[in-house]
Design a protein around this ligand. Structure first.
Ligand code: AN7
Length: 357
């Protein structure tokens, strides 16, 4: 337990004798059975893969640990990424731990507060770019091509290698691949990585089948669904506010080879799923993560035959990443108390059982 993905899955990863097996205990995240939605949607079995349980609160750690290990192996002194927030939090953490200088380029004013707090806490150099994530990624590619800095966005193939271990874990726990894998799509690295993982496990006999890959983009940031770059992507789910995904082709391959789909879900659908996950399942995730469940709800409402099917929704990041949205969307009026016991009993409508002792 807690050995990290490099050690646990080293035989499937680009690990050499010279690769430092660094770890902060990534992976081995819970696969939790649904308590309510499963029955309501008429799925055979519904599970949530809780990637918010990784060391920095998102799935990015799985790929970052491999990318940083390879950077160290290759003698790099510095890493850089563009990010909507989670990649920067992860890069900053692994950079701090291994003594690499870390530079993160983030779209100014567009990153959730918890993620920014992480990059600050871990001591990364933060450049706030006036523009979109897509612009920041162009800059990061250009800067790392010109200077001796390792790019740790998912265009770095080691990132995808590390992230594919989540698919291994799903199969390791369920005994086979599910029928459907529902996943949010932003820069499209993760759907590419899961498909790679499922295919590898299928080819080496660990799995008897492969899932249909069901990817979901936010309506205002759905370039793959629309088939064209979105210049000014917009959605409440800031993590997937991306108009020109780097792994576009990987997502198309995952969709087509698996007989899957990539669909758009509206912000309202995302927020409804976000609320339902918190209130009905006890799972507090960030809005981008809720896109996977919003998509599943949409499929169910469109008559997708889910009866008897095993479904896994990837919950990519924790809700603590975006406390402002939670306050805005999930807020309930507080009741105030002076600290008096009987007063609180009254507020809660509890029966009077006599004076406090
Ligand atoms: C919670 O951190 O792109 O399709 O720069 O943070 O692999 O991009 C984050 C993406 C889903 C989409 N859920 O995954 C970044 C970044 C959460 C995310 C996605 C992201 P990809």
């Amino acid at each position: 337990m807690g050995q990290g993905v490099l050690l646990r899955y080293r035989q499937y990863l680009p690990v050499t004798e010279r690769t430092p097996l660094i770890s902060m205990g990534e992976g081995e995240t819970p696969l939790v059975r649904s308590s309510h939605l499963e029955g309501e949607l008429g799925c055979g079995e519904l599970y949530f893969k809780l990637e918010g349980c990784n060391p920095t609160g998102s799935f990015k750690d799985r790929g970052m640990v491999v990318a940083v290990a390879k950077a160290l192996e290759e003698g790099s002194r510095a890493i850089m990424c563009a990010s909507t927030g989670n990649t920067s939090a992860s890069a900053a953490a692994y950079g701090a731990r291994t003594g690499l200088d870390t530079v993160v380029l983030v779209p100014q004013g567009d990153v959730a507060q918890g993620k920014l707090a992480q990059a600050i806490a871990y001591g990364a150099r933060i450049i706030a770019v006036r523009g979109t994530f897509d612009r920041a990624l162009v800059l990061a590619r250009e800067l790392t091509a010109r200077h001796d800095i390792t790019l740790v966005n998912s265009v770095n193939p080691y990132r995808i290698q590390g992230q594919k271990t989540a698919a291994f874990e799903v199969v390791d726990v369920l005994g086979d691949a599910p029928d459907y894998l529902c996943i949010p799509v932003g820069n499209a690295g993760n759907i590419t990585a899961y498909w790679m993982g499922f295919c590898e496990y299928f080819e080496n006999g660990h799995a008897g089948r492969r899932p249909r890959m069901m990817g979901f983009q936010a309506e205002g940031a759905a370039p793959i669904v629309r088939g064209e770059v979105v210049k000014a992507p917009s959605t409440v789910a800031s993590a997937i506010r991306i108009g020109n995904p780097a792994s576009w082709q990987g997502a198309i391959r995952a969709r087509d080879e698996s007989g899957g789909i990539i669909l758009a879900v509206s912000d309202e659908e995302i927020l409804q799923a976000y609320t339902a996950l918190a209130r009905r399942e006890g799972i507090f995730c960030e809005p981008a993560s809720a896109a996977s469940v919003a998509g599943l709800i949409k499929l169910a409402s469109q008559g997708e035959p889910l009866k008897g099917k095993r479904v896994v929704c990837v919950i990519t990041g924790t809700g603590l990443k975006d406390p402002e949205l939670a306050a805005r969307r999930l807020q309930q009026p507080f009741q105030e108390s002076s600290g008096d016991l009987e007063e609180v009993e009254k507020l809660l409508g509890l029966e009077y059982v006599g004076k406090p002792t």
